[in-house]
Design a protein around this ligand. Structure first.
Ligand code: ASP
Length: 326
């Protein structure tokens, strides 16, 4: 009988970071330790694997501030390739914390329903592998625990003992090891000494993606979507500069996501520049710069404007890019 497998895809991040001193938790270089060595340094791994075979693959070795489409596509393809093997019980992805929520959401929208029946779990660390007390090994062990829990499915993030859904997870702290938050929804579960205590179903019915974006990876022309923020004193200059530069750009602007104030509001000058952009065919998505809550609409939006209820600006950008590619 073929043994079950857990596949770990390495992409770099602080979890694979190295500093010159064990007491330095911030002055390190991310994406230095390869995935096989990282897994080899996790105590208690073979017990936690419950007889599953551990397979690792290095997809990238980057600081996740540099994350982008090429790595996302490589991850999507690797997930598809491994999940086509029915003996693969789960996929783990080691990732930097900075853009983990965007990668998780991208995979949530791009993996097929069949692929999302098994868990795809992103994990990370806030301290480098060389720290006096690195958090990476415990996070990896917890991620394996969640991966092999029979109730797990879909794209999840595991950090500091909490399990978050891809739709809701957000980096909320710059320094603490417990850096992630799921906003109003809260975490799905907690990992406690090798046990998963679920508080919510991994993928509530209302959160199932409306459409799954099958990407034609051969001919991908990634639509350019930028994010602008409204703030006290912000005017129309950024939006107008983006639109003006777009005509001559190699990759013309296709969308603008606004991280608006409060309930997605923008000042009058910016609003008129956005309406002008929308009239020229640029899609405008309104989101909020608030850490919690989503934009709540009453009445119709201007033509060419949309909102993605509950999505932060960075996730709205992922969704808009995928819609523009579909
Ligand atoms: N800059 C790092 C990264 O995102 C931060 C981290 O992983 O905590 O790769």
């Amino acid at each position: 009988m073929t043994s079950r497998k857990v596949v770990v895809l390495g992409t770099g991040g602080t979890i694979a970071g190295r500093a010159s001193s064990g007491s330095d938790n911030v002055g390190y270089k991310a994406g230095e330790v390869n995935i096989a060595d990282l897994l080899g340094a996790v105590p208690g791994m073979s017990d936690r694997l419950q007889g599953c075979e551990l397979i690792s693959e290095q997809i990238a070795q980057i600081d996740s501030k540099d994350m982008g489409w090429s790595v996302w596509l490589a991850l999507q393809q690797a997930c598809g390739r491994h999940l086509a093997d029915q003996s693969v019980a789960a996929i783990l992805i080691t990732h930097g914390t900075d853009t983990l929520e965007e990668t998780a959401f991208f995979l949530h929208l791009c993996l097929s329903e069949a692929e999302r029946c098994r868990p795809v779990i992103l994990t990370c660390a806030m301290r480098p592998a060389t720290a006096l007390t690195p958090d990476g090994p415990q996070n990896i062990l917890d991620a394996v625990t969640v991966a092999l829990d029979s109730r797990s499915s879909g794209v999840l993030a595991v950090c500091a003992g909490a399990v978050h859904a891809a739709q809701h997870v957000q980096k909320a702290h710059t320094y603490r090891v417990d850096a992630f938050d799921s906003g109003d929804t809260g975490p799905l579960a907690w990992v406690e000494e090798g046990q998963v205590r679920w508080c919510q179903s991994p993928l509530p019915a209302e959160d199932k993606p409306k459409s799954v974006y099958a990407l034609d990876t051969g001919a991908v022309q990634v639509p350019r979507v930028e994010i602008v923020m409204n703030y006290a004193g912000a005017g129309d200059s950024l939006v107008r500069a983006l639109c003006a530069a777009s005509a001559a750009a190699a990759s013309p602007l296709k969308g603008i996501v606004v991280a608006g104030t409060g309930n997605g509001t923008v000042n009058a000058d910016m609003q008129s520049a956005l309406e002008h952009a929308a009239a020229s065919g640029i899609q405008v998505a309104l989101s909020s710069r608030c850490a919690k809550g989503g934009v709540v609409c009453s009445g119709a939006l201007p033509l060419g404007f949309r909102t993605y209820p509950g999505l932060s600006a960075v996730k709205a950008r992922v969704q808009l890019m995928l819609e523009l590619m579909a």
